[in-house]
Design a protein around this ligand. Structure first.
Ligand code: AMP
Ligand code: ZN
Length: 463
């Protein structure tokens, strides 16, 4: 089976083949958050997508080295740390910790390396010096710029040429000067110190100042993954200018093709509109958990739409998700207590079908449909003549969940006192003493448990 990804570079689905000759190791970089605030659920959608991608690569048997940076120096971090009268470090460390808490709560696997921009100033300067040595930069008033007219193939990722051609075809952009103006998009690699930067500056061979945003990612990714690696991710808003400029910098410094697969997630919007504080539709994870939504439901909501499809987030929909997730919990709890029976569930078939769907650019809706079909079949078999290959079924569900990260396999510890009440209730039912049985059910409920009748007698779960 062939794994394919939609590669923004070239705008087509392409078979995935890693650089590593053994074919086993995959290197991947994701643009991380700018740590000046709590991230919003749109940002978290981007990281849930990365998590799904990484988990699926592992499911396919690859070893993945994943690097995700923290942008801890830029205009916003400097501006807001000053507003709060905190040092840049103290300020950004607070939001870095908050970010770690958010991704852990959403069961997102931690990256192998999480470099901070401020720890990589030396590497950034070295990269700019390499560009400079090749005539790809110029300096003006202490700021070093990238000279894009000197960069071969500038804008290929963003398809700037195609856009120009398209625009020309429309007859709207027929003035060549219009495109010439793109030279104005030369961007800062190293920014000269300004008063408003306060105590945030570095004295380097490029002068006193601080790095531009784009150079941060080029330096951190090549330091930790090498001058060529497999996958780079981010939201669609990063295609231009951020990723376009990252490519320009890195490839002009190294002279090599940098990244083979560029994967971008579509945005999350809210009730059909862009999320913004002024519209009052801006959510952080904390906003939602404070309202009582559980992180597992939020994970599922962010996961279940294909990453390249815009996700229209509606708070109402979150309320329905626990019912869906209960299906997982119930089937696992039933499997744990089911006696062995006659039917063999064809786990291999379900796993293969899941893989076939996911191989197609992470087609999560197809993948989830397979998982729900499997659950239906498990339930049907338990309720008729029982399952013969129970252990294999549990293992297959675990394998599927290594990609989804939403099931819970820990058998719930039910206190003995509750089990004994449930046994007494079962005995009362057998003696047709319904009043006693109802009383015992109420007592169990008052202690926080729910009793569900089934073929074996009963099942207990936390209410
Ligand atoms: P930032 O901190 O703004 O650089 O954003 C961090 C990540 O979140 C980037 O990959 C962005 O492309 C992504 N992102 C920002 N807004 C949204 C959104 N509304 N939906 C999905 N991804 C987003
Ligand atoms: Zn980046």
């Amino acid at each position: 089976m062939t794994l394919k990804f939609f590669n923004t570079l070239g705008r087509e689905k392409k078979e995935f083949s890693p650089i590593d000759k053994s074919g086993k190791n995959v290197s991947m970089y994701s643009c991380g958050p700018t740590v000046y605030n709590y991230v919003h659920i749109g940002n978290l959608r981007a990281y849930i997508f990365v998590d799904l991608l990484k988990r699926y690569l592992k499911f396919k048997g690859y070893n993945v080295k994943h690097v995700m940076n923290l942008t801890d120096v830029d205009d916003k971090t400097i501006r807001d740390s000053q507003k709060e009268e905190k040092s840049l470090k103290e300020f950004t460390e607070f939001y870095s910790r908050a970010f770690m808490e958010d991704i852990k709560a959403l069961n997102i696997l931690l990256p192998d390396v999480m470099p901070k921009a401020t720890d990589h100033i030396k590497e950034m300067v070295e990269l700019i010096e390499r560009m400079k040595a090749q005539g790809k930069t110029y300096e003006k008033n202490g700021t070093t710029y990238c000279k894009i007219t000197e960069v071969d193939g500038y804008g290929e990722l963003a398809c700037l040429d195609c856009q120009q051609l398209k625009a020309n075809a429309d007859g709207r952009l027929n003035d060549a000067d219009e495109y010439e103006k793109d030279d104005a998009r030369d961007f800062a690699l190293w920014k000269a110190y300004e008063e408003k930067d306060g105590d945030v500056f570095w004295e380097t061979s490029l002068g006193k100042g601080r790095p531009g945003w784009h150079i941060e990612c080029s330096a951190m990714s090549t330091k930790h993954l090498g001058e060529q690696f497999d996958i780079h991710t981010g939201g669609v808003d990063l295609i231009f200018p951020h990723h376009t400029n990252e490519i320009a910098q890195t490839e002009s410094a190294t002279g090599k093709k940098w990244v083979n697969y560029w994967l971008h997630n579509a945005h999350l919007i809210v009730n059909g509109e862009k999320m913004s504080k002024s519209l009052g539709n801006f959510y952080t994870l904390r906003d939602l958990t404070t309202k009582g939504y559980d992180p597992r439901s939020i994970r599922f909501e962010l996961l279940k739409t294909h990453y390249r499809v815009q996700l229209d987030f509606r708070e109402d929909e979150l309320k329905q998700i626990p019912d869906t997730l209960n299906k997982f919990d119930e089937v696992i709890s039933k499997l744990n207590s089911a006696k062995s029976g006659e039917t063999n569930i064809d786990c291999k078939k379900f796993l293969l079908e899941f893989e076939e769907e996911m191989d197609d650019d992470l087609n999560i809706s197809g993948g989830l449909a397979v998982v729900f079909d499997m659950i239906k079949e498990i339930n049907k078999s338990i309720d008729s003549d029982g399952i013969k290959n129970k252990e294999e079924v549990i293992d297959a569900l675990k394998k599927l969940d290594s990609v989804l990260g939403i099931m819970s396999f820990d058998a719930e510890e039910i206190p003995e006192e509750i089990v004994s009440l449930a046994d007494r209730r079962l005995a009362a039912k057998k003696e047709r003493d319904w009043a006693a049985a109802d009383k015992l059910r109420d007592e169990i409920k008052s202690k926080g448990y729910e009793i569900l009748d089934d073929k074996e007698g009963y099942r207990l779960k936390k209410a």
